[in-house]
Design a protein around this ligand. Sequence first.
Ligand code: FPP
Ligand code: MG
Ligand code: MG
Length: 373
Amino acid sequence: GKKDTKYIDPIKLVGKDLLYLTKNIKRLIGSGHPLLNTISEYYFSSEGKHIRPLIVLLMSQATSIAPKQYNAAYTEHFQTMDKPLSTSSLFETLNSKDTSSTLYYPSFSSTGVIILPTQRRLAEIIEMIHTASLFHDDVIDESEARRNNPSANISFGNKMAILAGDFLLARASVALARLRNPEVIELLATAIANLVEGEFMQLKNVPSKGTATFEYYMEKTYMKTASLMAKGCRAASVLGGSTQEVSEIAYTYGRNIGLAFQLVDDMLDFIVSSKELGKPAGADLRLGLATAPVLYAWEEYPELGPLIKRKFSQEGDVKKASELVYQSNGIEQTKLLAASHCQTAINAILKLPESDARNALIQLSQKILTRKK
Ligand code: FPP
Ligand code: MG
Ligand code: MG
């Protein structure tokens, strides 16, 4: 009904937390070497979309009022991670274990909606992992631009771009270990492995027997994009002490939003200019990649088959393929598939109790479908 779709600007809900994101990340990557600092911070100095941290923070809020695995979750986290910094009177009361007082849990007691320090850190870790993968991705793709700036490999060369990615990944791992939650560590470590697996699936198409091309493409899409969002959402709910059932809902939302996000990304590569994207457009065909719009077009135009097989490597292949994509319903069908994954995400999240954060997560799925960059 109307109540479910009340417009909530996602940024308004967690804007404050996002504001400190980049600053906190820069603190996490400080090293002994000034140039390593400069390069590792490079992609954080231009405006990213911060879609992953945004989802993680909203999911933290949306699940904070859902059923809990163990009651002590909030108390524990607040005592170990969010002690008041210098207000000694508050501090003393906390130490006296006066748990009847609600003084330390103001947002919890009034609305039930809070973001734990561990969940905020999780958002930072996920953005660091994502950015590490971008450093490596731009080397692999030999990309020249990102976020309307020269890419790191162009500015600093491949060697230093790779090392900066490794360093970000390492520092993200240290921060992850400090969350002291083995389940969350396993989730994120698996997501990192999935990033590599997805990239490898893209580099070398080797579908297992009986796997259709489109199925393989969707599996790759899960690995390279959706896994980090899905497991990030699950990790957020785990840190909040959610029940298994709630964690499963969070995971389903993240997985489907992630699939929709990458489908839209693959569509935008065909319909948006490089200037608008802030990175090279039409890159996928030139990289030899057959994404959803091409795979759908192939169903209408079988003559695309040989071009896909030889990765658009012959003179005129890229031009021919993109013309057939525009003539076909491939772009429309890609958008419809993305929309259906958004709907699956919405259906999942509607199982959580009604909240502003839940509405914002629904809103976000709309934004993902209509984004232009
Ligand atoms: C962007 O895709 C890239 C990814 C989503 C993942 C890349 C993963 C790796 C390079 C594996 C290494 C991983 C780690 C953790 C260091 P894209 O090229 O389609 O998007 P783009 O147009 O933004 O470049
Ligand atoms: Mg790329
Ligand atoms: Mg790539």
